[in-house]
Design a protein around this ligand. Structure first.
Ligand SMILES: [Zn+2]
Length: 455
């Protein structure tokens, strides 16, 4: 086998960048005569995506980029990091997110090498993106990483709910799949706690977690779980902030069970109020009444469409509501902000307080064994962030110094939009016009080898 020695490291093409989670062992072939081949006339354009969808997505990318800039300049300031970086060293990575090439290790390599910063085209999603960068993978505070990771986490949730309703799959020899029909039910429980404007965020966050663990220990709850035949739970923590009432933290828990009708909601309301009291919340008569109305919400059989109806917004699906904290806009009742909207609104001090209060919390928690039950592999946020480029084709390699220039001039979004709107030829013209010397990977010279790997 002859391997062309190009300025592009081969291991990137054969190993890291093109490898996908579903087919890690599959060789991706060799690049032949990369430089000599003529440049093709651009990528295959498909018409799946409407112009409105495309521009919506481009706007979201610009917004994420803008928020990251604001976060770095106004929130993660020298003074703030100077004071808290020691306790939270991972926050440094948010500052440098997407700035430098990642260090990657290919199969059989002892030493990690620097990846190529590569512009990719994803045909399936008709999307351009940049790969080979060291991303921070912070799902709570990074405006760029959060939506991407949450989208993947959302897909996992949909997969689990789907699996629960359908039951165990049976695979036939002819490739068809049938289901046992021993499906489970999925209920959705929303728990909210009382809060006032002058409650410290750190208190609210701690007390909410404490109330949850107190509730879990109540004998009635333990027995109810047994009666319901609970297989597992997924809990998402969601926060909004409002001028009038401060931090509003609540949890949405999906309960996977044999029979969700066995939950006595009235009893649960009382137990939740008791748990909140024991966790340190002050509950006077008025708050008590309020909590009886709003503290607990239970949907015993939760399909995505049920949830859409519940929201009345006609937009957010079950999976979005559970994990789209980053993308979701707080409904405008009394103007509440999602965490990232705090950045848009210039509430930097509030965002700092929010980071400090929630630093040790998770955003999404699967009960032990549920992923395995639903046939979903365990992946860290970092692994998910690293895999973003799967199923994408490399289009051009960008030199690290050029990349820093692109970032400094705030040209990342423009560059990707040019590729999405005008194809490879457009990107070539754009690079030339801006004085960049990208290394273009010619599509026709990429020979995809489908034969099984040796040995
Ligand atoms: Zn990041």
């Amino acid at each position: 086998m002859e391997i062309y020695q190009s300025p592009v490291s081969n291991s990137d093409y054969f190993g890291q960048n093109l490898g996908s989670a579903s087919s890690p062992a599959k060789p991706l072939g060799i690049i032949t005569d990369l430089a000599a081949a003529p440049i093709t006339s651009g990528l295959r354009r498909s018409q799946k995506l409407s112009q409105a969808q495309k521009s919506n997505r481009q706007q979201n990318r610009r917004l994420a980029k803008k928020r990251h800039r604001i976060l770095v300049e106004k929130v993660l300031t020298k003074e703030f990091l100077g004071e808290y970086l020691k306790a939270h060293p991972s926050w440094r990575r948010i500052v440098d997110c997407g700035k430098y090439a990642a260090f990657v290790k290919s199969k059989g390599e002892n030493k990690a090498h620097q990846a190529n910063i590569t512009v990719f085209w994803n045909e399936e999603h008709e999307r351009a993106h940049v790969g080979g960068l060291a991303m921070c993978a912070n799902v709570k505070y990074c405006p760029e990483c959060a939506p991407k990771i949450q989208a993947r986490r959302g897909a996992e949730i949909v997969q689990a709910v789907d699996f629960a309703y359908k039951g165990e799959p049976l695979y036939y020899e002819n490739g068809e799949v049938a289901y046992y029909g021993k499906g489970k039910l999925v209920g959705m429980l929303t728990l909210t706690h009382p809060h006032k404007r002058d409650d410290a965020m750190s208190f609210l966050v701690k007390a909410h977690s404490l109330a949850l663990s107190k509730l879990k220990k109540v004998r009635w709850w333990q027995k109810t779980k047994k009666d319901m035949g609970v297989v597992g739970t997924i809990t998402a923590f969601e926060d909004t902030w409002g001028e009038a009432n401060g931090l509003h933290r609540h949890t949405h828990t999906l309960i996977f069970a044999e029979d969700t009708s066995k939950l006595d909601v009235e009893r649960l309301r009382q137990e939740w109020i008791k748990a909140c009291k024991r966790a340190g919340f002050t509950i006077d008569a008025e708050t008590h009444k309020n909590m009886e109305q709003h503290g607990v919400d239970w949907v015993p059989c939760c399909h995505a469409s049920d949830y859409l109806q519940k929201l009345g917004a006609g937009y957010w699906g079950l999976e979005r509501e559970l994990t789209a904290g980053a993308a979701k806009k707080a409904r405008s009742v009394g103007k509440r902000y999602t965490p990232f909207e705090l950045l848009d609104a210039g509430k930097y001090k509030i965002f700092q307080e929010y980071m400090l209060a929630t630093a040790d919390t998770v955003q999404l928690r699967w009960s032990k064994g549920l992923k395995a039950w639903a046939g979903i592999g365990e992946k860290t946020d970092k692994e998910i962030a690293d895999e973003m480029q799967e199923h994408s084709e490399p289009v051009a390699v960008v030199r690290p110094d050029e990349w820093l220039q692109i970032r400094r001039k705030d040209l990342e979004c423009v560059m990707l939009e040019v590729l999405e709107d005008c194809g490879v030829d457009g990107l070539k013209a754009w690079a030339l016009g801006n004085g960049f010397n990208f290394y273009f990977v010619d599509k026709q010279s990429l020979h995809i080898d489908d034969s099984p790997p040796d040995g």
